[in-house]
Design a protein around this ligand. Structure first.
Ligand SMILES: [Zn+2]
Length: 345
């Protein structure tokens, strides 16, 4: 854990020294640290399963308003957790879901930071106006590479590899119609069906080489795109996206594109919107911690700003729902936001 903190601080320092240097600020995020087989990727700096559980239990003991619940078990028998802040059932509720894909891990690291902040005086007032549900890691087996298939070609170094798929080799974010895997069932049976949820952000990582307007993006966003989604719900999803876009765009180091996503309802962004009437947003952060394909992977020098991008996203959306300002958000930027494109080598 000490090692992790040190690394994050150093990565953060790199990014923020870039901001101080003015014109370097954009390059710090967009064109900066890359993998290309050169940079270090040490998966041991991430929270493994035991460290994640220990972190959540420590925060649960410290924070009066937080409740911690086990919503089910993975294929390999690991507990899957739900973090709850429900102060008033009449308040709107947002769900933050991370790591459906086990190799997309900095969203979880940022979410743990956000949970810590909710226990401090600085941000806990937000809980007066919004209920917050957090599933901080759905694919708990893939996140530590405890799977029933070979990982020989994965590029990450450290104690373990990380995989997109669950232990059965299934993509959990294509299982939201059939719900055949225990992880998907835990989410639907014990979160989606039990709470009256208004908004959801589904947090992921994408490849490292996507660009918008000629500059590599720090991430991309998208609302439900199935024709079966209620137009009013889609508009609320676009408002959720507007809060995220404004928050990240104003940082100077963030640069978002529109994700080019499909309409399948097996994907949570679409399926959960239709099945439960929830306004959803997909947020894909740049680069993954591990993969077979080097172009998807980003070295750990980028960890600092990607973790911060997650913390900012969660904080800004919780505040905008809590104070009602989300309902005033202008969604017209979506009409001109270009879809990201793959940078050719
Ligand atoms: Zn993903």
């Amino acid at each position: 854990m000490k090692k992790k903190l040190l690394t994050c601080t150093m990565a953060g320092a790199l990014v923020f020294s870039g901001i101080a240097a003015g014109s370097m600020s954009v390059s710090a995020a967009g064109e900066g640290p890359n993998y290309n087989g050169h940079e270090t990727i040490n998966t041991s700096i991430l929270h493994n399963h035991e460290e994640l559980v220990s972190f959540l239990e420590t925060q649960d003991a410290k924070q009066e308003q937080m409740e911690l619940e086990v919503i089910g078990q993975s294929v390999q028998g690991r507990d899957i957790h739900l973090v709850k802040y429900v102060s008033d059932p009449d308040n709107p509720t947002i769900l933050y879901l991370t790591q459906q894909h086990g190799n997309e891990s900095l969203t979880t690291e940022g979410t743990l930071e956000f949970i810590k902040h909710l226990g401090t005086d600085k941000t806990k007032d937000v809980l007066d106006g919004v209920n917050i549900l957090i599933v901080p890691r759905l694919n708990v087996d893939g996140a530590v590479g405890d799977v029933n298939f070979s990982l020989d070609d994965y590029v990450g170094d450290g104690e373990y590899n990380l995989t997109r798929y669950n232990a059965n080799g299934v993509d959990l974010n294509r299982d939201h119609v059939d719900k055949e895997e225990p992880e998907t069932q835990a989410l639907h049976d014990n979160v989606m069906q039990k709470y009256d949820i208004d908004y959801m952000i589904d947090l992921h990582h994408q490849g490292a080489q996507s660009e918008r307007d000629g500059e590599l993006v720090s991430g991309s966003i998208l609302y439900p795109t199935t024709k079966n989604a209620d137009p009013a719900l889609v508009e609320k999803s676009k408002q959720l996206g507007a809060v995220v876009f404004d928050e990240i765009d104003r940082t100077g180091w963030g640069h978002l594109g529109k994700y080019a996503g499909g309409s399948a309802e097996t994907i949570s962004r679409n399926g959960i919107a239709v099945e439960y009437g929830i306004s959803t947003l997909l947020f894909e952060m740049r680069g993954m911690m591990d993969h077979e394909n080097e172009s998807y992977v980003l070295g750990q020098k980028s960890n600092g700003y990607l973790i911060k991008q997650t913390v900012n996203t969660l904080t800004a959306t919780a505040e905008a729902i809590s104070d009602g300002s989300i309902e005033e958000m202008d969604t017209s930027f979506w009409d001109t936001l270009p879809e990201q494109e793959s940078r050719s080598e």
